[in-house]
Design a protein around this ligand. Sequence first.
Ligand code: ZN
Length: 136
Amino acid sequence: MAREIDHPKPVADWETRGYWEGAGRHTLVLQRCRSCGVVQHRPRALCVSCLSSEIEHFEASGRGSVWTFTVTEQNQVPPFRDATPYVLAYVELEEGPRLLSNVVGCPPDSVRIGMPVVAEFRSDADGLAVPVFRPA
Ligand SMILES: [Zn+2]
């Protein structure tokens, strides 16, 4: 039985702090442009559509669907080595952006494109958390 991935620690800087603080509360936080309304991820200082700096953070639903995925059978790099096989997936969030993550909580060969998923969070002792997705 594969273990879960012991994710490397994320680095929160001034652009990504809102996202990681939300993750620490087990909430998926995205950015929305106040000028044009575009929702974006990964966190940035400027809107990817209109280059406005009027960016706000908001709590996303955590719901989405598998946009595409692969099952990793071999990875010799710790900490991923002990977690194989695992699913690496782009999840299309219902707010629009796609997020690269893992699908957990189901056999890897049961994952399908379009499968509804919902975010949950893996925390470490320091309170840092990363989102993964399980079948909804
Ligand atoms: Zn914009």
